[in-house]
Design a protein around this ligand. Structure first.
Ligand code: GRF
Length: 206
C-alpha cells in the first residue's frame, strides 16, 4: 500500500443510489485500488451517493441548479470544488447531467464515465438507466454490456477505455438484465481504474 500522499485522489459525481461509487470506495479501502476517495458531488440533495459519502467521511457536496441557477456558475462551482480538493481523477457514477466546459477544461482527459451498454450503441441523449435496457431488449439484441470511457464534450462519445459483454437470456426483462449489467459494471469499473492507476491503460493526452 502506498503512503497516503502518493495515493491518486478520486472525486465523484453521482446523482443516484451510488452503487458503483460505493464499490469503488470499498476497493480503495481494501487496497485493490491505490487511491483515496476525497469528494462526492451530487446534483441530488437526497441521493444515496451523498448519504454514502457522509457515512464514509468523504466530503459531500450538493451542487445543482437549485444551489446555482446559473449554469455557468454551477459549472465553475463544480470545477472549483474538485480543484480545491486537489482531485486527480473525476469519476462519474450515474451522474445525470452534462459536464460543463470549465470542468472539462480543468480535468480534460481525466474524467471517466460508465455506461450500461456497448457504446456507441444505445448511447447519447435520453439513453440512461432503464431506458437503455428497454431499448436493447426491444431491439432483440443477443448481447449488451458495459462501457467505460473518457468524457469529452459529446455525450457518450469520448474514447473507450474498456468494454465487457453481457449476454441476453430469452426470458430477460429490462429489470433482470439491469441487475446482471450492474454486477458487471461494478467489476469492470474497479478493474479499469486499477489499470489506469498502474498505467496499463493510458488516458488520452490533452
Ligand atoms: C449505472 O447503471 C451506470 O451505468 C449509469 O447509471 C447507473 C448508476 O448506478 N451511468 P449506481 O448509482 O452506481 O448504482
Amino acid at each position: 500500500m502506498k503512503n497516503n500522499q502518493d495515493l491518486i485522489r478520486f472525486g465523484f459525481l453521482a446523482s443516484g443510489r451510488g452503487s458503483n461509487m460505493q464499490t469503488i470506495i470499498d476497493a480503495c479501502k481494501d487496497g485493490q485500488l491505490q487511491a483515496k476517495p476525497i469528494i462526492v458531488i451530487s446534483n441530488n440533495a437526497d441521493s444515496g451517493a451523498l448519504e454514502s459519502a457522509r457515512k464514509e467521511n468523504i466530503v459531500a457536496c450538493h451542487l445543482s441548479s437549485t444551489t446555482h441557477p446559473d449554469s455557468t456558475l454551477l459549472d465553475a462551482a463544480i470545477a472549483g470544488a474538485l480543484k480545491s480538493h486537489h482531485v486527480d481523477l473525476v469519476i462519474l457514477a450515474g451522474y445525470m447531467r452534462m459536464i460543463g466546459p470549465k470542468v472539462l477544461d480543468a480535468f480534460g482527459g481525466k474524467i471517466i464515465n460508465i455506461h450500461p451498454a456497448l457504446l456507441p450503441k444505445y448511447g447519447g441523449k435520453g439513453m440512461y438507466g432503464m431506458k437503455v435496457h428497454e431499448a436493447v431488449i426491444a431491439a432483440g439484441e443477443p448481447e449488451t454490456g458495459v462501457t467505460i470511457h473518457v468524457v469529452n464534450a459529446e455525450y457518450d462519445r469520448g474514447p473507450i477505455l474498456a468494454q465487457r459483454v453481457v449476454p441476453i437470456k430469452p426470458d430477460d426483462t429490462p429489470e433482470t438484465l439491469a441487475t446482471r449489467v450492474l454486477e458487471t459494471e461494478h467489476e469492470i469499473y474497479v478493474d479499469t481504474l486499477r489499470k489506469v492507476i498502474s498505467g496499463e491503460i493510458q488516458l488520452p493526452q490533452t
